[in-house]
Design a binder for this molecule. Sequence first.
Ligand code: GLU
Length: 428
Amino acid sequence: MASTEHARSYEQLEYDTPLYRTAIAQFDQAVPYAQVDDGIAERLRHPERSIIVACPIKLDDGRRVVLPGYRVQHSSVLGPTKGGVRFDPEVTLGECAALAVWMTWKCALLRLPYGGAKGGVRCEPRAMSRGELERLTRRFTSELLPFIGPQEDIPAPDMATNEQTMAWMMDTYSMQRGHAVPEIVTGKPIAVGGSVFRHEATGAGVVMIVARACERMGWKLAEQRCVVQGFGNVGGIAAQELVDRGATVVAVSDVSGGVYDPDGLDIPTLSAFAIEHGSLEAWQTGTRITNEELLELECDILVLAAREDQVRADNASRLNCRLVAEGANGPTSLEADEILRERGIPILPDILTNAGGVTVSYFEWVQDLGRLFWGRDEIRAKLAEKLNDAFDRVWEISHERGIPMRTAALVGGIRDVSSALEARGLYP
Ligand code: GLU
């Protein structure tokens, strides 16, 4: 068979979806700058393992439903695979595969000894009771038992999953093993081996990267007007951290829409309200706007912390900011990347900007394995050190090569993964 025939045999695989193609197109843009052997680049275009499971659960009214669950493990060359688990109606194998690919570059860029994974269950978490969510989490974990482990694949929270979800996963896994295995997941409650500062890490990391970028660009963060899309664990914390550093947050939004006040929002009050009511839907004060309007508000820094595919060809030309910071994974489409580049609006890319979460996940795993726990200040300082180091490498590659920061971040990640693959060689 000719090699082109081999290549064709990969098309139309189950994960071959628009988001996966975006991840691969970004990879292809970076490969020429990363000096990767063709065979190695081809290997990295395909996840090592893609798992689909069926999760039957009993609903509170006695009915049974079967929900599809997924886990994609992209690369185990540098260590166990690592990545979140999301509960969302839009979860597909292709989405998990794209997110797993991004996790590989993210972990490598941060120099964490992991490859990328991502998983989830296609469901409507907001319509589910706590009991239903617990039964789903436990059944999903049971279905994945042969494929996960502290040295194989370590799940963590992602959209609509949290510390409680991780505690149920840890318990389900530990009951099978007959002893507590805290290192099977990260993002757990502190009571069961979680790390201090993991909860805040992604949002705080976003602002550490924004602050470093401002420093390099000669901007004063305290003078910036910011808009934050997404008010969950990433956007909510990022908004608070921005305010703590003196910046003004003029708008935030969640699935129910946005709140805008040109004089600046009271973030602690809004956060307390969102936690108490589950969303901002019933919030009455200030001007209510849609998520689309929020993206087009005039501001200095736009933080995208909701979900993928928010800035696209149809709205990128209407963005009215000077800098985009990606707190979510994949919020900017390929076409939008190009439009923003032409407009001279730099993007702080997801695999750098939201890497605070997985970095403190790594600290959590190390603490669990060593059964020795560190303090908040130590973790915050270690996180800042890692993020600043990664930012500086990306900034340097970007300026040396004259390429956008996204491509530069990918080059940083891809180079490390491919040299490990090269050194290990092909088995058997
Ligand atoms: N889900 C988060 C991410 O996309 C965190 C993953 C982790 O901590 O392993 O980076």
